[in-house]
Write a protein that binds this ligand. Structure first.
Ligand SMILES: Cc1ncc(COP(=O)(O)O)c(C=O)c1O
Length: 401
């Protein structure tokens, strides 16, 4: 019998309604065209430090190829709790930690455990591109907190007050250092956010993926370390950025035990556990020498200075100084083009790939994200090309005046 092909609709509305990301398309174009310099990557260009790789290889040979408990391996959770106490001033026990497949999975588990259909989640705009679709997939209601360049892209409590639906909102997501703006929230800003969360009785999900990537004397402060916040904050960290190991897929969440327990319960039905071998690699990262991190941060800093200076020297472009993560978020609105069109124009005319600001929310219109997780030399050449190509746009501007 000839079996007929399936004709019913198999894709759920929930998925169909998700906006298409242009990132995949842009990365593909950049990869397929050898001459293009990509300032697109959201991952370190460094290789994972050798001692981490060697340890992981050894453990693989020793047979660490089985599931771990959904919470994560006890030794790793102990090391994480110790690190949180020492570096982040967050006092948690290993039972208040869950190891996840990257912090992306921690975001998903946390939102699944806290957000019922129709409930509001406050999130930054512009902000990391996974927040909004994750809330939408869960039939929650994304409530965007605008972050304006005029305010240095800092969180403004007044904006959150305008965005909140007090009766329907349980969760506030913050992200510092920020992807895509590179901004680090000041301690006094965090204090205000903490007061706001108490006023509206909100849980804070604090995504600190770039906690170690701060520059120019900037200090990263975990909001979970502030007075009285220990039970109100779920802190998310990852090994992807600090130790250049995004492909290992390992991150963690720490916070109130009831929420961590709920996440552990759900973990069994999502991925069961973070890859066991990656958990071993993460342990090596935490316990091993930290010089590799300082070395990478020093190099990111050198590139950060270069890209900020070069962008600000280009007529028509202005860029506030990123103090964290590895992104510059220049304002290109003077060219009178939509972010997406400008990105495509740059790709064609300068052979430089950037990410349209609108990938990160409506307020990303007028901006592009330039990653400096690429070599100093490539950044310099990319800036030469952008400078040369945009001369045409500046000339056009003069003519139309
Ligand atoms: C702000 C932020 N949070 C979380 C993640 C997810 O990282 P991972 O899932 O690799 O831990 C990223 C990755 O780009 C990010 O930029």
């Amino acid at each position: 019998m000839l079996r007929k092909v399936i004709s019913r609709r198999i894709i759920a509305e929930r998925e169909e309604e998700l906006p298409l990301s242009t990132m995949g398309e842009l990365i593909k174009i950049a990869e397929e065209n050898k001459g293009i310099i990509s300032l697109g990557p959201g991952e370190p260009d460094f290789n994972t430090p050798k001692h981490i790789i060697n340890f992981a290889c050894k453990k693989l040979r020793e047979g660490y190829t089985h599931y771990s408990s959904p919470a994560g391996r006890h030794g790793l959770r102990e090391a994480i709790a110790k690190k949180l106490r020492k570096n982040n001033k967050i006092d948690v026990s290993p039972d208040q930690v869950i190891v996840t497949a990257g912090s992306t999975e921690a975001i998903l588990l946390a939102l699944m455990c806290t957000t019922d259909p129709g409930e509001g989640v406050l999130l930054p705009d512009p902000g990391f591109l996974a927040y909004r679709p994750t809330v939408e997939t869960l039939s929650g209601m994304p409530l965007c907190v605008p972050h304006y360049e005029d305010a240095g892209f800092q969180f403004e409590v007044e904006e959150a007050r305008k965005a909140i639906l007090p009766e329907k909102t349980n969760v506030l997501i913050i992200n510092s250092p920020s992807n895509p703006t590179g901004v680090v929230y000041k301690k006094k800003t965090l204090e205000k956010i903490a007061d706001f969360a108490c006023e509206y009785d909100l849980l804070i999900i604090s995504d600190e993926a770039y906690e170690r990537l701060v520059y120019g004397g900037e200090k990263h402060v975990s909001i979970g370390s502030l007075n009285g916040m220990e039970n109100r904050v779920l802190t998310l960290h990852t090994f992807s950025k600090t130790y250049a190991m995004p492909g290992f897929r390992v991150g963690y969440a720490a916070g109130p035990e009831c929420l961590i327990n709920a996440m552990k319960k759900l973990h069994l039905y999502t991925t069961v556990c973070a890859p066991t071998i990656s958990q071993e690699a993460a342990l090596a990262a935490l316990k091993g020498p930290q010089g590799c991190v300082s070395k990478m941060v020093k190099e990111y800093d050198r590139r950060r200075k270069l890209i900020t200076e070069r962008l600000n020297d280009i007529p028509g472009i202005s860029c506030i100084e990123p103090r964290g993560a590895f992104y510059a978020f220049p304002n290109i609105s003077s060219f009178g083009m939509k972010s997406f069109d400008f990105t495509m124009w740059l790709l064609k005319n300068a052979r430089v790939a950037t990410t349209p600001g609108t990938e990160f929310g409506k307020l990303g219109e007028g901006y592009v994200r330039c990653s400096f997780a690429t070599s100093y030399e490539k950044i310099n050449t990319a800036m030469d090309r952008v400078e040369k190509a945009t001369k045409v746009l500046n000339k056009r501007k003069k003519k139309t005046r």
